[in-house]
Design a protein around this ligand. Structure first.
Ligand code: AHR
Length: 660
């Protein structure tokens, strides 16, 4: 029983009394009352081509504007000053670039000449433009150079694979010197001469090994005689790609994503699945096969996208990660938020067929039309595509009626696929609905309870995009902790919320179209933001079942600043308790584990924290926030634990009779 003191006694004793110690907060776990299972699908990732996530990012290609197609605009769109205006009057911010963006004429020792975009005698109909190099005076050398995506990063001893297509007007032949060099061309790290370049379009290949490292290099193709030569699809790849895939991915970025151990990958968008207009939607058929045969897209996020990180590569990446593929197809209209262009009702079946063909490419037998294409592209077995989402953030009556058509056709051919809708529909059965959440820290902490009363008889819920991205700059620890609290709420409600993925995933430091992202990078470095560590910790410590967990805040807390959830990891035979302490001070909590039986005498403790709630990792200082792991003694089923200020803590307690 607590002692009672009257107000008068308290006032009289006040100057002499020791400070009153508030009862610590208490977290009570009912370890013998396991609740629902936590689905293995809960934590995934979502990749969208935004912020140069793919071009100049995850996709390892080093040449910027390798296909010279940057001038192609979406059908019907026009420039309006600095803006791109679609026929439906949507005005998009200017993308940066020009027809020869990324390329420069190289002239040394009084060389004279020029480079121009040319559409005569193209490589093929999907690549209608090429670059014409005219050399009038060769000087010591003349040619072209490409500095890549904000500089090419060469690493000493590593190999680089160059391919380029070239032609001349007739019998003319050139010896083309290809070189990896410094931005001003004075230092050369690797070079080779490709002899006899000319005649009809032909592909040339060269391997180059860098003899020194250079963070901001360029690729040069030069000649030493006058004349004219055309180039197209000029590509430079590091030999080392993720899992050694051809046309592959940058290993450091792909590896960081692999470490999240995502259960699934949602792709390719996001808003780009809809596009600025229908012509601008992601058209998966443009993104398979030899790279010289693909057709790029002027990206809704302001840059040219080659589509060489395409449907096949996305599916391959899913397989390489051991993740299920979740493909977002176009629903028969372009992005809702950008004055959608709608397919006419009689055209909708074509869009349904586009989706069915994509599914056949991923899943169909080798003797089906599109399955055969997959085999021809080097993948005989089906890909692990398990989900299809009809559109992104699409809504309205047209969505409802299109959805029904997509759903019926897909269900008939692929009965085991999960079909995801962008909204609940009155007149159609919806199996799973994708709900997005962006907002400030307060809204995310509050959303710890968002799904407590969700309808359990309706569709399952996929939180396909979420990010605490308002009032938090480019993201920081408090934002990540707010996301952690939200995710604990999802996990507690994972009988109904069965999947989640943060958005966006990747951001190039030199093109920040969207502020908060999981990983940032430049041409040589990457940084895992605090949100990355939160997702990794929660996914790595996903229990099999949730346990009832009660949080009673201490007397001193005004706001709810403590969030917790426990579960059982039956594979490891461990009780897992995850706690977010939002308070700016360390706090001691009492942890009471009811019905847990014997426990080992030591627990593992993993903590992400910083005294500064706005702390964040950066490219220059990538380890300000890194989870720390330690152990602590556990004397019994009730003990006190001090949580650092601004922290996410994972406690793992093994069961056992007094052992470790
Ligand atoms: O994640 C960035 C964008 O936010 C996505 O493209 C879109 O779905 C959402 O509005």
């Amino acid at each position: 029983m607590k002692p009672t003191i009257t107000l008068l006694t308290a006032l009289l004793l006040a100057p002499l009394a020791a400070p009153v110690v508030a009862e610590p907060a208490r977290i009570t776990v009912e370890a013998d009352k396991p609740g629902h299972a936590v689905p293995a699908t809960l934590y995934g990732i979502f990749f969208e081509e935004i912020n140069h996530a793919g071009e100049g990012g995850l996709y390892a290609e080093m040449v910027l504007n390798r296909d010279f197609e940057m001038t192609s605009l979406p059908a019907g769109a026009k420039w309006a000053g600095n803006l791109l205006r679609t026929a439906n009057d949507w005005q998009e911010r200017k993308w940066f670039g020009n027809e020869l963006w990324g390329w420069q004429f190289v002239a040394e020792g009084n060389a004279r000449g020029s480079i121009r975009l040319d559409d005569r005698d193209p490589l093929n109909e999907r690549n209608p433009h090429s670059m014409r190099l005219t050399v009038r005076e060769p000087g010591t050398r003349a040619g072209v150079a490409n500095g890549g995506f904000w500089g090419m990063n060469f690493v000493a001893e590593r190999w680089y694979e160059l391919t380029f297509h070239a032609r001349t007007g007739g019998a003319e032949r050139f010896d083309v010197t290809v070189a990896l060099e410094s931005a001003n061309g004075r230092e050369r790290y690797a070079s080779a001469v490709v002899r006899g370049v000319g005649g009809a379009w032909k592909e040339y290949r060269v391997s180059l090994q860098a003899n020194a490292s250079e963070r901001c290099g360029r690729l040069a193709l030069t000649v030493q005689r006058a004349g004219t030569v055309w180039f197209d699809v000029v590509s430079l790849f590091p030999r080392d790609t993720f899992q050694a895939r051809p046309n592959g991915l940058r290993p450091d970025l792909a590896q960081a994503l692999a470490e999240l151990k995502p259960a699934f990958v949602r792709f390719p968008g996001g808003a780009i699945a809809g596009g600025l207009n229908l012509d601008n939607r992601i058209q998966w058929k443009n993104s398979i096969g030899p790279i010289a045969q693909r057709k790029g897209t002027m990206n809704l996020w302001g840059y040219w996208t080659s589509n060489d990180l395409g449907f096949h590569e996305y599916l391959q990446f899913c397989e390489d990660l051991g993740a299920a593929a979740l493909w977002v197809c176009n629903p028969g209209f372009s992005d809702n938020y950008r004055h959608a262009e709608y397919a006419r009702p009689e055209q909708v079946p074509d869009f349904v067929q586009e989706a069915l063909d994509g599914l056949e490419y991923a899943l169909g037998p080798a003797d089906s039309t599109w399955g055969a294409q997959r085999v021809a592209n080097g993948h005989p077995a089906p890909f692990p595509l398990r989900y299809i989402e009809i559109g992104n953030e699409a809504s309205g009556m047209v969505y409802g009626s299109n959805y029904v058509q997509f759903c019926a056709a897909i269900r008939a051919k692929y009965p085991t696929l999960t079909i995801i809708s962008n909204q609940r529909l009155k007149d159609a059965p919806v199996e799973m609905v994708d709900q997005h959440k962006y907002g400030g820290a307060a809204s995310f902490f509050n959303a710890y309870h968002q799904y407590d009363n969700a309808d359990r008889s309706g569709p399952k819920i996929y939180v396909g995009e979420y990010a605490c991205n308002q009032g938090v700059g480019e993201g920081h620890l408090t934002a990540a902790l707010a996301e952690a609290a939200f995710l604990l709420g999802l996990e507690r409600n994972s009988d109904v919320v069965v999947m989640s993925s943060y958005a966006p995933l990747l951001c190039h430091e030199n093109d920040v179209a969207w502020m908060s992202n999981v990983l940032r990078f430049d041409n040589a470095r990457i940084v895992r933001r605090s949100s990355y560590h939160v997702q990794r910790l929660l996914a790595a410590n996903r229990p099999d079942v949730v346990l009832p967990t009660r949080v009673e805040p201490d007397a001193a807390s005004k706001d709810c600043d403590l969030f917790a959830l426990a579960g059982l990891d039956r594979r490891a035979n461990e009780l897992v308790l995850k706690i977010v302490n939002r308070a700016a001070v360390p706090r001691t909590v009492t942890i009471q584990l009811n019905g847990c039986g014997a426990l080992a005498t030591q627990a593992r403790v993993i903590t992400l924290h910083h005294d500064d709630p706005t702390a964040e990792n950066s490219l220059d200082d990538p380890e300000v926030l890194v989870p720390q792991e330690t152990t602590r003694a556990v004397a019994g089923a009730e003990f006190q634990h001090t949580l650092p200020a601004n922290s996410l803590t994972v406690l793992r307690l093994a069961s056992g009779a007094g052992g470790k």
